[in-house]
Design a binder for this molecule. Structure first.
Ligand SMILES: [Zn+2]
Length: 294
């Protein structure tokens, strides 16, 4: 079977990193008539009449907002306004519907911009000395300015790695549901990579903690950015020694082993499937799809 590209990947953005430190070049791009501004509503994307991302002119940016240079798409410089984000960057009820409808690739551009705008809004002060920070590198860093009484430390946007994995045992995989999931919905197990973990160790540790299963081998499958607020989802499969499970009820409400036919039925949206599968833009969908194809 053919498998799809992970959701939120495939952005056409040329990030042009070599220009970020060149203030004169960035100023010239900002004054270019071809410059475009990604239109956001808080952190949600605004859509154009075709259902894609809406791009406006730089004049549409709030008057007091700085601009981050995202890069080039179709040779036109693209910017995002660094506005203060309401509600601490929490996800809006509409965002997942918007992710389902955005064309492939555009969701990837949006993911990068969303995480960047959100990061600036949450890093106005230096974590070392508490002074105010200011933007640098065309919006891809902040500095605690020594000339303004700060400590001189530079801060860069972070990506938080998360492992998401299917435990596999004799042709079946383990799916689980968290208490907050919609009724009937199950997914792969997941957890943050901790300090000192390798990817393989994080997968084994999370499977042990959440489901009480022992990983004997771990295989990387795919990854995707997940901009809520700034994760990198690393999808793996892990062969486990036994199908006996003991779930951590603070993390999971229920877990169960499912067959290939059952996973295929869930991905197809079959009403007789034993669970509701994640949507195609989620890496868990890709993980199920690749497992079926393996
Ligand atoms: Zn500082």
């Amino acid at each position: 079977m053919t498998t799809s590209r992970p959701g939120l990947t495939g952005s056409p953005l040329d990030r042009a990193d070599h220009l970020r430190g060149n203030d004169a070049a960035i100023a010239e791009l900002q004054s270019s008539l071809s410059a475009r501004l990604l239109m956001l509503d808080g952190l949600d994307p605004q859509l154009d009449e075709y259902g894609g991302l809406r791009w406006g002119s730089l004049a549409e940016a709030p008057v007091d907002a700085e601009l981050a240079f995202l890069g080039f798409i179709e040779e036109r410089p693209r910017f995002a306004a660094l506005t203060r984000v309401p509600h601490g960057g929490r996800r809006s009820p509409a965002i997942f519907h918007l992710l389902e409808t955005l064309p492939p690739g555009e969701a990837g551009t949006y993911a990068a911009a969303r995480s960047l705008v959100d990061w600036h809004s949450r890093h106005l002060f230096c974590a070392h000395c508490g002074n105010e920070t200011r933007t640098m590198r065309a919006g891809w860093a902040r500095i605690c300015d020594a000339s303004a009484g700060g400590c001189g430390h530079e801060h860069f946007p972070r990506t938080d790695p998360v492992v998401i994995m299917l435990a596999e045992h004799r042709g079946r995989v383990l799916v689980g549901r968290q208490p907050g999931f919609p009724p009937g919905f199950y997914s792969a197990l997941a957890g943050f990579v901790e300090l000192g973990d390798s990817i393989e160790e994080a997968v084994a540790r999370e499977l042990k903690e959440e489901a009480g299963v022992e990983a004997v081998s771990v295989r990387y499958v795919a990854s995707q950015p997940w901009p809520f607020p700034s994760s990198l989802m690393i999808a793996c499969t892990a062969e486990v020694a036994s199908d006996a499970i003991r779930i951590d009820t603070t993390e999971l409400e229920h877990a169960m082993w499912v067959t290939r036919d059952e996973v295929a039925a869930a991905l197809a949206g079959d009403l007789a499937a034993p669970f509701l599968a994640p949507p195609p833009y989620a890496i868990a969908y890709t993980l199920f799809e690749r497992w079926l194809g393996s």
